[in-house]
Design a protein around this ligand. Structure first.
Ligand code: SF4
Length: 349
């Protein structure tokens, strides 16, 4: 456990040291000749590559909306709706309380990625993202979206925020996509939005390129079993304007646990059998749209009708929240009582 904790800390510290280097490289981009620009862009690419691989397990998942506009087959969202949970957008009062908590903690990385939902479902999303730029504790920001609502107006709002981000805290925008055709997309995302997403992604990257804004746009494909991504075709389709900072990744295997029935058309990560050490992701904190504060924040950390990973709410003192986290870890390691989402979890770290 100690080894894991130290390596996570080191990873985070190294990734923080790269931020000023990245900022300096961005500031000289375009001020020198094209040869120098080519080199600086390669370096920025390399740094971004490291940054998105060094999230570690000590960061905040910030959910400003738990409502979603897709029905992904790999997500528990449909079951959560059936369980009667009220899906909602975070309000400014809850946000202010969450920021107070963040100021008292020692996290430096925040992801505006909901456990279920999509950031753009909250009509005030840009207020929350912009405010986070001014939270001194937070040095790095990224988020996932399905890009269904990355329409013209949201593209412009996001670009305005990127321009206001003088410290270049926002280093990656990750978009989850479902294949290179409408049929595969519909299987994975359960909604008929392939064409809109394709157009949104291309239009957004065109604006970034035209306005010379440098931010990693990571297109993360989710595919059914036995599908392989044609990377060349993916680049041609989803980066039609040749934005330099577009990267493409694929997720072939999905997470699950003992309580989630496996689907025929998905391939799953291997389950970790009876881990005695508590998962390091329990050190992440999720601020939920309804004011709940949870350990972890991965896609299955909130099972329908189960709140075993909830630490409390934004109204609770920090001390109580942390005591509850320790209780979960103690019960796991000393009594072998695992929270429901962690039983048979294939995402255990
Ligand atoms: S074991 Fe799985 S559900 Fe539990 S904290 Fe780790 S990743 Fe999350």
């Amino acid at each position: 456990m100690i080894k894991k904790f130290v390596s996570t800390k080191l990873k985070r510290a190294a990734s923080l040291c790269l931020m000023p280097v990245r900022r300096s490289l961005i500031s000289i981009d375009g001020k020198m000749g094209s040869l120098v620009q080519k080199l600086t862009r390669k370096l920025i690419h390399f740094i971004d590559y490291i940054l998105v691989r060094s999230f570690g397990s000590h960061f905040i998942e910030f959910e400003i909306s738990s409502a979603c506009n897709a029905r992904c087959i790999f997500c528990l969202y449909p079951d959560i709706i059936k369980s009667g949970k009220r899906l909602k957008n975070m309000d400014k009062d809850t946000f202010a309380k969450a920021i107070e908590k963040i100021e008292q903690s020692n996290y430096s990385l925040i992801s505006f990625t909901p456990t279920t939902g999509d950031i753009f479902m909250n009509k005030e999303w840009e207020y929350f993202v912009e405010q986070m730029l001014y939270v001194s504790k937070i040095k790095q920001i990224f988020f996932y979206s399905n890009a269904i609502l990355l329409n013209d107006s949201n593209q412009d709002k996001l670009i305005e925020i990127l321009k206001k981000d003088k410290k270049k805290k926002i280093f990656a925008l990750l978009f989850s996509l479902g294949g290179l055709d409408r049929e595969t997309y519909n299987i994975m995302f359960g909604v008929d939005k392939f064409n809109e997403v394709l157009e949104n992604i291309n239009q957004f990257q065109k604006k970034l390129k035209d306005q010379n804004i440098l931010v990693r746009v990571s297109l993360e494909f989710r595919l059914p079993k036995n599908h392989k991504l044609d990377f060349e075709k993916a680049h041609q389709m989803f980066n039609q304007h040749g934005y330099d900072f577009c990267s493409i990744e694929v997720l072939y295997k999905y997470m699950n646990n003992d309580a989630i029935p496996k689907l025929e058309n998905l391939e799953y990560m291997d389950e970790v059998k009876n881990p005695t050490r508590a998962c390091t992701y329990l050190y992440k904190t999720r601020y939920a749209a309804d004011g709940g504060v949870w350990a972890d924040g991965c896609m299955i950390s909130e099972m329908p009708g189960d709140n075993s990973l909830q630490l409390g709410t934004v109204d609770d003192p920090m001390k109580n929240l942390e005591e509850n986290r320790q209780k979960i870890i103690y019960n796991w390691e000393q009594k072998h009582e695992l929270p429901k989402p962690c039983q048979g979890c294939s995402f255990y770290r």
